[in-house]
Design a protein around this ligand. Structure first.
Ligand code: ADP
Length: 172
């Protein structure tokens, strides 16, 4: 037995995962990861990071509202927001896993650093990576914003409530 890793009871083994991100806006790539995560974890908290330096297109409240709408069919998926350290939020929400997606090697490099850092800060929280579905591996929130700003159609890349919100922002 590897002494550094304590055994768990079946109650402790219940996994609550946090899927953190900006989700500005939520894409079908995120949604695919969430649908798959909802099958792996008992409880999945999709958490919008509010203390980001990025200039946001949608307010946190707008993002939360769209996401609640999209996730309503998933009984174990919850939407929340947080600022400060992710590991502090994980502690507060009693989460034992962080879910992240890997689209390409470029994601891996930053994700690896964050996962190591978070493990040092809170070893009880395990980072779990899912590979992006190849259908959505090229989709990013930034790309959605660029395409719609240039007048392109993003209908195949985002869920319906997000598409409606994007259209109302860019046609008014
Ligand atoms: P951040 O501000 O952290 O980049 P994002 O909302 O862009 O937040 O992404 C949150 C997480 O979702 C990251 O782990 C990212 O790699 C993952 N992700 C983003 N787009 C996709 C996609 N198309 N397929 C799978 N995972 C994705």
């Amino acid at each position: 037995m590897f002494a550094a890793i304590p055994l768990m009871t079946s109650q402790q083994r219940r996994t609550t995962a946090i899927y953190p991100g900006s989700f500005d806006p939520l894409t079908n790539g995120h949604l695919d990861l969430i649908a798959r995560g909802s099958r792996l974890f008992s409880h999945l908290i999709v958490a919008v990071l509010t203390n980001t330096h990025k200039q946001a297109l949608f307010s946190v409240d707008e993002r939360l509202e769209m996401m609640r709408d999209v996730f309503s069919p998933f009984e174990n998926v919850e939407v929340d927001s947080f600022d400060g350290l992710l590991v502090d939020f994980a502690e507060k929400r009693k989460a034992n896993a962080i879910l992240r997606g890997i689209r390409a090697i470029s994601d891996y490099e930053t994700e690896l650093q964050m996962a190591h850092l978070n493990r040092r800060l809170r070893p009880a929280t395990e980072t779990v990576f899912l590979l992006a579905n190849e259908q959505y591996a090229f989709v990013s929130s930034r790309m959605i914003k660029e395409v719609i700003m240039l007048g392109g159609d993003v209908g195949q890349f985002v869920p319906e409530p997000v598409l409606r919100a994007l259209r109302s922002k860019f046609t008014s």
